[in-house]
Design a binder for this molecule. Structure first.
Ligand code: AMP
Length: 292
């Protein structure tokens, strides 16, 4: 631990406190994430350590680099590449305006990072604007990749803030336990709409019921006929049969027709009909786009 000198506390995340720190040997600035483990008596589970060590191998410019893992018997500290701010804070300061080219660039980078991790069989499972980090030069990087698998997604954050449901797909809200890459592409779609609307979330539900209702009011309520197996999901319950709302122009008025088409292919209720991240990168919305 002496290798890193803490400079200041940056925030409270899902898993614990995050500090800005300096590597005393290289003078590099890093982010230290001290993970608080639920079950302190048991020490650091070896399964979590194994998972975390795999994440050190993820090397991509759109993934926050995990430089080091430090652990004692009771706690684990992850040493990450430092980024200037997160997308949630960016929304707070953008004054309700984001250039549609910036939207495209952030979305492209988000899908690039996602596609890289998915090709390594690693899911995020909890993508949201708070864990999309951005740098002054417009680079976007995904943070907390793989942590949900290592540590589980807690119901409350370290700071007692309730974990947001806004980016969760309907299958997960109905209690599906078999996760696939489609969990992340749903979240990416929600974030796409939020980017295009300069920080106005697509489905800001208050609880699981309200979350599902908001989703079905836009996309239509699925049935056993349209989504075979839905009624067998652990927490399934019937909802009023809302028809799909075709007026996407009103949902994301600033997004181009190509952008709206991509969004509609990401936020698809039936999980295996959702577009994959690498397919999304080839969508015509990105034609002619030069990545940063
Ligand atoms: P998280 O646990 O990722 O939700 O982190 C909580 C907050 O700490 C985030 O909202 C970020 O603002 C900040 N943070 C997390 N990771 C980093 C990082 N690598 N560099 C800079 N800030 C970070």
């Amino acid at each position: 631990m002496h290798k890193y000198e803490k400079i200041e506390k940056i925030g409270e995340g899902t898993y614990g406190t995050v500090f800005k720190a300096k590597n005393q040997e290289t003078l590099d600035i890093v982010a230290l994430k001290r993970v608080r483990l639920d079950d302190d008596d048991e020490g650091v589970p070896s399964s979590a350590l194994r998972e975390i060590c795999l994440l050190k191998e993820l090397k991509h410019k759109n993934i926050v680099r995990l430089h080091d893992v430090l652990h004692s018997e009771r706690k684990i500290t992850l040493v990450f590449e430092y980024c200037d701010q997160d997308l949630k804070k960016y929304f707070d300061t953008c004054g309700g305006e984001i250039d549609q080219l910036v939207v495209k660039s952030f979305m492209y980078q988000l899908l690039k990072g996602l596609s890289y991790c998915h090709s390594h069989n690693i899911l995020h499972r909890d993508l949201k604007p708070q864990n999309l980090l951005i740098n002054k030069n417009g680079e976007l990087k995904l943070a907390d990749f793989g942590l949900a698998r290592a540590f589980g997604i807690p119901v409350r954050c370290y700071s007692a803030e309730v974990v947001t449901l806004w980016y969760r797909p309907p299958d997960v809200l109905f209690g599906a336990k078999l996760y696939s890459t489609s969990i992340d592409t749903w979240s990416a779609g929600c974030i796409f709409a939020e980017l295009s609307n300069a920080g106005v979330p697509l489905f800001p539900g208050n609880d699981v019921d309200d979350q599902l209702k908001r989703i079905f009011k836009l996309l239509g309520t699925p049935t056993e006929h349209t989504w075979p197996g839905i009624t067998k999901l652990p927490d399934y319950k019937p909802f009023p049969l809302y028809p799909a709302n075709p007026l996407w122009y009103h949902v994301v008025p600033k997004l181009s027709a190509e952008g709206r088409d991509l969004l509609r292919k990401l936020v698809v209720v039936i999980p295996n009909h959702r577009m994959l991240a690498d397919e999304a990168l080839r969508h015509e919305y990105f034609y002619g786009f030069t990545p940063p």
